[in-house]
Design a protein around this ligand. Structure first.
Ligand SMILES: NC(=O)C1=CN([C@@H]2O[C@H](COP(=O)(O)OP(=O)(O)OC[C@H]3O[C@@H](n4cnc5c(N)ncnc54)[C@H](O)[C@@H]3O)[C@@H](O)[C@H]2O)C=CC1
Ligand SMILES: O=C(O)[C@H]1O[C@H](OP(=O)(O)OP(=O)(O)OC[C@H]2O[C@@H](n3ccc(=O)[nH]c3=O)[C@H](O)[C@@H]2O)[C@H](O)[C@@H](O)[C@@H]1O
Length: 494
């Protein structure tokens, strides 16, 4: 397959890479490495045969703009996908561990700590089959000092593995922009032991990224700083979203506009304008999990005030999601039982089909528990995924059969909106901005509502067309309607 080093000493350069984990990170990252480093053989391995078959097919398992073209260009040349994890490991100079590290759902640290089962299993597989010189790179997001556990597993299981160098190289790509982020990263972070052998391994990995990343963007540091920096980066980003969302509630109550406030605040160069887009709440597989991880690390270090500080970011996010869902019920005369509602968007953000921790899941669950019938449209999320998310234990109090009865997925937004009382926008897909709302309102029941959880629609125009609207962070109702809705005499029919 490839010529990796069989000796114990470091090769002059990395010729062969294996990535364990063909997911949202391993897949795109390795495609870019293969694309930019034609002399390196890159093999992505995964224990999930379906995922590997999809990577080897014309329909990739994940949607990322620009990814398909790069995979098609490199696949079969220097980019391979396989279920044979051991073979991939044995043949590589450098091994990325890019497996999932979800929040623990059992035992010590349940609901907070990162579940490192998959990382540990990779370490044991590597220790069990690899020899010669290997650089093992933590790409997965892990708690600080996880690399020490990997080294310990190596040392305890195999004399050969006790010399493997373990680096931390966390990934900062965002879904939907993974290709652009990987091609032009703000920084590549590499942490390693500050010994001669550690520095040698850091240099080898640096040389891989140097094929396309400028030297000043490759930051090296000690392993623990690198591991912690990843958790802290996500915590800071999520904290900005929760901060602006907290202010959005004040805007809705006062008549201030969150976009104007965000612009005014973000114009301060010390604050900056990014990640100040108010929304129905942040989602995605990582923000919540990584903050919980940070909370758990803080608790374990007997720093309860630090733990509570970061926990508040999640508390605010939960508040935002439930505040939005409750507002929908309230505006629809406090009862949505048996009312049809169109849901536009189910992915956790635009340009991805990923629904992990999507705010749409909890908002839809809330509406279903109130008895609503949901017509869901998302351009990239499959029906089975939507049902599986809503029927997942602990998400919605209703039995699966009832959820399946109440939820209908649609292949186009116009059919989703027909005969409904309201449209609820939960993902900021660009196509929602240019839909024919004039045609749509004619097929809806009156009053026809739009609840814009992403602040992407032209509400003045929607109101001209006859819609009543609600939007995160801004009051759009005409004054007389607003007074009616919010006054003490607001009718309660339930
Ligand atoms: N999704 C994202 O945008 C980002 C994720 N991360 C981090 O990267 C890591 C991976 O995340 P995703 O790619 O989203 O996860 P994912 O769930 O999409 O992919 C992980 C893959 O690892 C495979 N796997 C697990 N254990 C295995 C084993 N022992 N042998 C072979 N394959 C195994 C699974 O089958 C799965 O296909 C996580 O730690 C995450 O926090 C970091 C930055 C961005
Ligand atoms: O570790 C990870 O998994 C990744 O997590 C995030 O990336 P991602 O979750 O893919 O997407 P983001 O663009 O960060 O959006 C996260 C959530 O916040 C929401 N968001 C984001 C920005 C904003 O201003 N407002 C807002 O509500 C998005 O809609 C989405 O639901 C980080 O941006 C990446 O740097 C990191 O690598």
């Amino acid at each position: 397959m490839s010529a990796c080093s069989t000796e114990n000493k470091a090769p002059e350069s990395i010729r062969s890479i294996c990535c364990i984990g063909a997911g949202y990170v391993g897949g795109p990252t390795c495609a870019i490495i293969a694309h930019k480093c034609p002399e390196i053989t890159v093999t992505v391995v995964d224990k999930n045969p379906i995922r590997i078959a999809q990577w080897n097919s014309d329909k990739l398992p994940i949607y990322e703009p620009g990814l398909q073209e790069i995979v098609m260009k490199c696949r079969g040349k220097n980019l391979f996908y396989s279920t044979n994890v051991e073979e991939g490991v044995v043949n590589a100079d450098l091994i990325f561990i890019s497996v999932n590290t979800p929040t623990k759902t059992y035992g010590a640290g349940k609901g907070r700590a990162a579940d490192l089962t998959h990382v540990e299993s990779c370490a044991r597989i590597i220790a069990g089959c690899a020899s010669g010189y290997k650089v093992v790179v933590e790409k997965s997001t892990v708690p600080v000092r996880a690399a020490a556990s990997i080294s310990e597993i190596f040392g305890a299981n195999s004399p050969a593995a006790s010399n493997f160098q373990v680096l931390s190289n966390p990934e900062f790509l965002a879904e939907g922009t993974a290709v652009a982020d990987l091609l032009n990263p703000d920084r590549v972070l590499i942490g390693g032991s500050q010994t001669p052998a550690g520095l040698e391994a850091i240099a080898l990995l640096t040389a891989v990224y140097s094929h396309w990343v400028a030297p000043e963007r490759i930051v090296t540091m000690n392993t623990w700083s690198s591991e912690l920096s990843k958790l802290v980066s996500n915590a800071f980003l999520a904290q900005r979203v929760s901060s602006i969302n907290a202010v959005s509630a004040i805007c809705e109550a006062t008549g201030a506009d969150i976009s104007e406030v965000a612009e005014a605040v973000g114009r301060d160069s010390r604050i900056g304008s990014k990640f100040l887009q108010a929304s129905v709440g942040f989602g995605g597989s990582c923000f919540q999990k990584d903050i919980l991880n940070l909370v758990y690390v803080s608790e374990c270090l007997n720093l309860p005030e630090v733990a509570q500080y970061w926990m508040q970011v999640i508390v605010m996010n939960d508040f935002q999601k439930s505040r939005f869902a409750k507002k929908i019920v309230s505006r629809l005369f406090n009862t949505i039982s048996n009312k049809a509602i169109a849901v536009f968007g189910f992915a956790f953000k635009k340009n991805t089909g990923d629904t992990r921790e999507s705010p749409a899941i909890s908002v839809c669950a809330h509406l279903l528990e109130e008895g609503a019938r949901l017509n869901i449209y998302d351009p990239k999320v499959e029906t089975e995924q939507i049902l599986s998310d809503l029927c997942h234990p602990g998400v919605c109090a209703l039995p699966r059969e009832r959820i399946e009865n109440l939820v209908t997925t649609h292949a186009d937004p116009h059919s989703a909106a027909a005969n409904t009382h309201a449209i609820v926008v939960l993902t900021e897909w660009d196509e929602f901005k240019t839909l024919d709302y004039e045609k749509m309102i004619k097929s809806m029941l009156r009053p026809a509502w739009v609840f814009d959880g992403r602040k992407i629609l032209d509400h003045e125009r929607l109101m001209d067309l006859g819609f009543y609207t609600e939007c995160i962070g801004h009051r759009y109702q005409r004054p007389q309607f607003y007074d009616h809705c919010n006054g003490p005499e607001f009718p309660h029919f339930s």
